[in-house]
Ligand binder design. Structure first.
Ligand SMILES: *[C@@H]1O[C@H](CO)[C@@H](O)[C@H](O)[C@H]1NC(C)=O
Ligand SMILES: *[C@@H]1O[C@H](CO)[C@@H](O)[C@H](O)[C@H]1NC(C)=O
Ligand SMILES: CC(=O)N[C@H]1CO[C@H](CO)[C@@H](O)[C@@H]1O
Length: 585
């Protein structure tokens, strides 16, 4: 644990800021004059995103708005005494109190040396400290880089250095692998603690007085890079995705509108907050709507406390990945609650939801289950099934495009007609400006003026998107994307492994699971246990293959190439596929 003031942080602008500092964007507020009767009033919807067709926009230039930070400030003013963030059974913070905690935490971070353009890595369980510190970092016009606390020291080292982090923030319990990596990179480590709801977040570093006036003078710009996340790529190197205040703002508005989130909504956060799904769809959209979120007391999802939290905090909806929906369903079958809250909807995203599971969820919990489609590069949401008042939801489809333009393109960039598959492509201000420090990945993702998602799909005649597969070979383990090439690289770094190929296999619990096949090096008699031990040492647990096939040849295509799909089929045929699904609590 680092104590005392942080060393002076270099003031030189960071590469990330140079890359993404855009010319100042002109910000407009659209005021719609609704013509005719029955038009939604200008105040009841966000005007930019819900322009009624018969309204006439008048542009008025305004600086400093169109940021997530600005939106949350506005919410704190509009709904000061509505509940904002609760930690089940421990804390209940109103929007006004929550806003105050963020401003004060920001002043402490500023006193600790964090400046505009700095990247601050955060690795926390799902705690109130994480939420406050995340928003405090972006309040200072710095960039928050949330990291999965399950990473190994080597992985932390990669992420901390690739993001060019200047500071590591953790809970007071700390995170040994993260701290080891930070200390190797000479990145200071600071802990953040909120001991009571009426105290303030204290940092382990600040001894000097923090000054709230410094923060009140800082104006957040839509072009500020506020969030930096990585997505697994088809190369072994995960790709860094910088997202701006405008990206976050647009995405939050988008999600609020699609699901009609208001100050009367309440949800329990199920997913980790270091991914866009939990962060944007669960947390930030709720806060941006003046709604309430509850964090489980355990700092992570727990099937045994989920429904009691949902009941206690009068939840109106929740969002999760199919794996978690299955766990929740399984719990319902084995251990039903006496009563379930009346939900407006249940949302599923990040991996495909089997229509049979969708039907079982709807039956068990009496709420429409809306499947959606999202990715980090689009600041989460790209398509969603609508609420029942807005149209039917179609099992097996991820719904209609929302928030940005979406098209199905062939390899020449030509749009495909309804029913014909091609690559799902998007464009719009809600999409990232590009991958950081990765011109190759950026070039192949942005073609013909469109961002290419790598997913194959088609639009049906009603405009609903159906995904059919992935162009990229990512393994999607319950919403956690794993690059098989990254796993290959680790396997091949073992001196006793000659050839290695990682691949996805169907899995009842996670949708897809990772397996691998290896050919031992000359004269080696490496076994499965050693391969697994080595993987556990070098990969986060979720990336470690669940089964290792040791072989002396790998199936190849006619042209001699190893194709993962073929390798997967070859080895799967060798084992019994009769697995009994088991979803524990
Ligand atoms: C939930 O609703 C009940 C009944 O309306 C109310 O008494 C209770 O205070 C609510 N709980 C929360 C945490 O809002
Ligand atoms: C990525 O490509 C897009 C489209 O060509 C371009 O506008 C953007 O500046 C690129 N970003 C980076 C970081 O290279
Ligand atoms: C707020 C914002 O910029 N949202 C945009 C998201 O993308 C669509 C499509 O380009 C725009 O129409 C929205 O204005």
């Amino acid at each position: 644990m680092t104590r005392g003031n942080l060393p002076q942080i270099s003031p030189s602008p960071m590469k990330i800021a140079k890359f993404y500092q855009r010319p100042r964007i002109y910000i407009y507020i659209y005021i719609y004059i609704c013509i005719g009767t029955g038009s939604p009033s200008a105040s009841s919807y966000h005007p930019l995103l819900s322009a009624p067709l018969n309204s006439l926009p008048i542009l008025i230039k305004e600086m400093g708005s169109f940021t997530l930070t600005g939106l949350l400030k506005q919410v704190a003013g509009e709904f000061p005494s509505r509940p904002a963030v609760s930690v089940s059974g421990k804390f209940d913070l109103t929007h006004a109190r929550f806003h105050e905690l963020i401003e004060r935490a920001a002043s402490r971070l500023a006193a600790a040396g964090v400046k505009a353009g700095h990247v601050v890595a955060l690795t926390f369980p799902n705690t109130v400290e994480f939420i406050i510190m995340f928003l405090a970092v972006i309040r200072l016009r710095a960039t928050a880089a949330p990291l999965n606390p399950a990473y190994t020291a080597d992985e932390f080292e990669f992420y901390l250095s690739d993001s060019e982090s200047k500071l590591l923030l953790t809970s007071k319990e700390g995170n040994q692998p993260a701290q080891a990596a930070a200390s190797k990179l000479k990145i200071p480590h600071v802990t953040a603690t909120l001991s009571q709801s009426d105290s303030e977040v204290t940092l382990s570093s600040t001894q000097s007085e923090s000054n709230i006036d410094i923060v009140s003078k800082i104006v957040n710009e839509p072009s500020d890079v506020s969030l930096f996340l990585h997505t697994s790529g088809t190369t072994s190197r995960p790709k860094g995705v910088p997202l701006t205040q405008l990206n976050l703002f647009s995405s939050v508005q988008n999600i609020k509108l699609v699901y009609k989130l208001t100050e009367f909504d309440s949800t329990v956060i199920v997913l980790p907050l270091f991914h866009v799904h939990g962060l944007l769809a669960g947390l930030l959209s709720s806060l941006g709507a003046g709604a309430a979120v509850t964090l489980p007391a355990a700092g992570r999802f727990s099937a045994s406390s989920f429904w009691s939290d949902m009941n206690k905090y009068n939840a109106t909806w929740y969002t999760a990945v199919p794996t978690i929906h299955q766990i929740i369903l399984d719990r319902h079958l084995n251990n039903p609650e006496r009563a379930y809250p009346k939900l407006r909807f249940i949302r599923s995203c990040s991996a495909s939801l089997a229509p049979s599971i969708l039907a079982r969820l709807e039956e068990a919990f009496g709420a429409p289950v809306l499947e959606a489609y999202a990715m980090t590069e689009a600041t989460h949401l790209m398509a969603s099934n609508p609420l029942p008042v807005d149209g039917p939801h179609i099992p097996g489809s991820v719904g209609k495009p929302v928030g940005q333009e979406l098209a199905i393109l062939d390899e020449n960039g030509d749009k495909q007609v309804a029913g014909v598959s091609g690559e799902v492509c998007i464009r719009g201000p809600n999409v990232t400006k590009g991958y950081k420090n990765n011109p190759e990945a950026n070039k192949s993702a942005f073609q013909f003026g469109w961002f290419h998602t790598g997913d194959l799909g088609y639009l049906d005649s009603d405009g609903y998107l159906h995904l059919v597969g992935r162009i990229k070979e990512l393994i999607n383990r319950g919403g956690e994307k794993i690059s098989p090439i990254e796993v290959d690289a680790v396997l091949l770094s073992h001196s006793d492994i000659g050839q290695a190929v990682a691949f996805g296999v169907p899995d009842d619990k996670y949708g897809e699971e990772i397996n691998c096949a290896i050919i031992p090096g000359e004269g080696s008699n490496i076994d499965e246990a050693e391969v697994l031990r080595f993987c556990k040492k070098n990969l986060a647990a979720f990336k470690v293959p669940k089964k290792v096939f040791i072989t002396d040849s790998l199936p190849k295509t006619a042209t001699g190439k190893i194709q993962r799909r073929i390798v997967a089929e070859h080895f799967l045929a060798q084992i019994s596929t009769a697995k009994v699904p088991k979803f524990g609590a």
